[in-house]
Design a protein around this ligand. Structure first.
Ligand code: FAD
Length: 275
């Protein structure tokens, strides 16, 4: 389950969110990271707290764009001291002003650097089944993905997936390109039709034809949150298509996540889906 560290004034509410999400017994918490210097300590701090207080493994995201080698090494050592050995190594979003002139430029450089430290880390990386929005083309993007795996990534987490076909087609292409590590598909925990569309737009993901209108119809009919059934069906179907589990983008909203979890429990009747 992915969460993001709160602003200091929302710390108490975030604690409650984590307690509520932990009651779903996720296989891990995945904690995002900002590139801004003043946001980074929150990731280190909350990664340690969540792991200690929930006894659930944490995957700490670490972005590298413009970061220095020394600063990143110190952050990794802080995480390891807190018992957090799982890292999602990312570039981070490109600032509107363009790439910084110093520091790391691509996630593959960060992964290679982490491996030179010879520390006991499990390192993941991001992948973009529809192609990263900045990539010259899909083949170039896949080549760069392979570079991340060759540099030492142990697993991959996808950008949000909204249909099984996108995942299976991507997995086939990745395997053909020599990407052999486990690929965990990302699923948005939905909280309404408008939120799904905003999220997809922000991530540069195209929603399958007809899906936005379907969510709007669901919402207009009231009842359960629009998109919940669709997300639950995806979370059940993807592990049957080669995914080792799913990575849920919770957006720090415990209620939709708990509803999705309850739905999944009913649908899978006893089998466990890591998220
Ligand atoms: P990269 O792998 O570096 O790729 C970025 C682009 O550069 C791609 O177009 C790639 O094809 C291209 N590229 C790579 N190598 C080269 C090369 N050698 N030469 C030329 N081009 C190259 N962002 C955050 O800020 N914080 C988070 O916590 C966070 N968590 C995320 C979690 C998940 C699961 C995902 C999917 C994304 C997350 N992001 C996060 C967003 C991520 O930072 C952006 O998608 C970012 O734009 C790309 O990150 P990346 O690690 O895939 O970059």
């Amino acid at each position: 389950m992915e969460v993001f560290p709160p602003r200091p004034e929302h710390a108490a509410a975030f604690r409650q969110t984590i307690t509520a999400l932990a009651s779903c017994r996720p296989a891990f918490f995945s904690l995002t990271c900002g590139n801004e210097a003043d946001r980074r300590p929150a990731t280190l701090d909350w990664a340690a707290r969540i792991q200690r207080e929930t006894d659930t493994p944490v995957i700490a995201h670490l972005t590298c764009l413009g970061q220095s080698r020394d600063a990143l090494r110190r952050e990794v050592e802080t995480l390891l001291d807190a018992g957090v050995a799982n890292i999602l190594a990312l570039r981070g979003d490109m600032p509107r002003t363009g790439a910084p002139s110093v520091g790391f430029r691509h996630a593959a450089e960060l992964i290679a650097e982490l491996r030179t430290l010879r520390l006991p880390l499990c390192i993941g990386a991001a992948c973009h089944p529809q192609g990263h929005p900045e990539a010259a083309n899909a083949d170039a993007d896949l080549r760069h993905l392979r570079e991340k795996v060759d540099a030492g990534a142990d697993f991959l987490v996808t950008q949000a997936i909204f249909d099984v076909a996108t995942f299976t087609a991507f997995l086939r292409r990745a395997r053909t390109a020599g990407v052999g590590v486990p690929v965990l598909p990302g699923i948005l925990v939905p909280a309404g039709a408008a939120q799904i569309q905003r999220f997809a737009q922000r991530c540069g993901v195209r929603l399958p034809r007809g899906l936005p209108s379907w969510f709007r119809i669901e919402e207009a009919q009231g009842g359960e949150l629009a998109g919940l059934t669709h997300a639950a069906e995806l979370a059940v179907a993807l592990p049957r298509c080669g995914a080792p589990g799913v990575h849920l983008f919770t957006m720090n909203r415990e209620e939709p996540a708990q509803r999705l979890h309850a739905r999944l429990r009913r649908m899978t009747a006893g089998t466990r889906t890591p998220s």
